[in-house]
Design a protein around this ligand. Structure first.
Ligand SMILES: [Fe+2]
Length: 195
């Protein structure tokens, strides 16, 4: 089983390096870390799902190149992201000869990692949010200069408010508050002039 996780890590890292978005690997590694913090006895499927949950982004990024736009809080994009991510990893795991139970569980976890659903889907969503505030805020502050502060503010609100467990919310809270404060500090004129 551990060998399967190693293969998944290689596949995910290569996919993000090839598409030109290798910075996202840190976010994925830390999602695994936060899953272990929130659920020390997490099973292999949950750890695999944590590492691979954003795989659709690597494929969409590669296809769209410079025209790739963040999902922000667009419900349709988020649903597509979950659904296609589950299909991509499902196919990969089947090719590796993973047992159907494992394939289905990983797919089930990825398929609701943005919206949440059952206990483990919620757990993955919460770990994703913590890792987002820990690792992805600077990227979104840069995006705010082009896309506008409000879109990014909505993204920060949504990523924080979707967290289910109090423990996860308490971990994310200081990062979330700093993210909103840093966003508020962004100078409007500077935003217009900077590319
Ligand atoms: Fe994520």
């Amino acid at each position: 089983m551990a060998r399967l996780f190693t293969k998944v890590k290689k596949f995910v890292k290569e996919s993000f390096r090839k598409c030109g978005f290798k910075e996202q690997i840190k976010h994925l590694e830390r999602t695994v870390y936060w899953i272990k913090k929130l659920k020390p006895n997490a099973d292999e499927a949950l750890l695999i799902a944590a590492f691979v949950h954003d795989i659709e982004t690597a494929f969409a990024w590669k296809k769209l190149q410079k025209n790739y736009k963040p999902k922000f809080v667009d419900k349709n994009r988020l649903k597509k992201h979950q659904k296609e991510g589950a299909e991509i990893i499902g196919e990969f795991l089947e090719k590796q000869g993973a047992n159907p139970e494992m394939v289905n569980r990983v797919k089930m976890l990825i398929s609701k990692h943005e919206e949440g659903g059952n206990e483990d889907q919620d757990l993955l969503k919460d770990a994703d949010s913590i890792s987002f505030f820990e690792n992805n805020v600077d990227m979104f502050l840069k995006i705010a200069k082009k896309a506008g502060k409000e879109k990014v503010r909505q993204k920060f609100y949504w990523m924080y408010n979707r967290i289910t467990s109090k423990k996860a919310k308490d971990i994310a809270k200081p990062w979330y508050r700093k993210a909103i404060s840093d966003l508020n500090k962004l100078n409007k004129n500077k935003m217009k002039n900077e590319k």
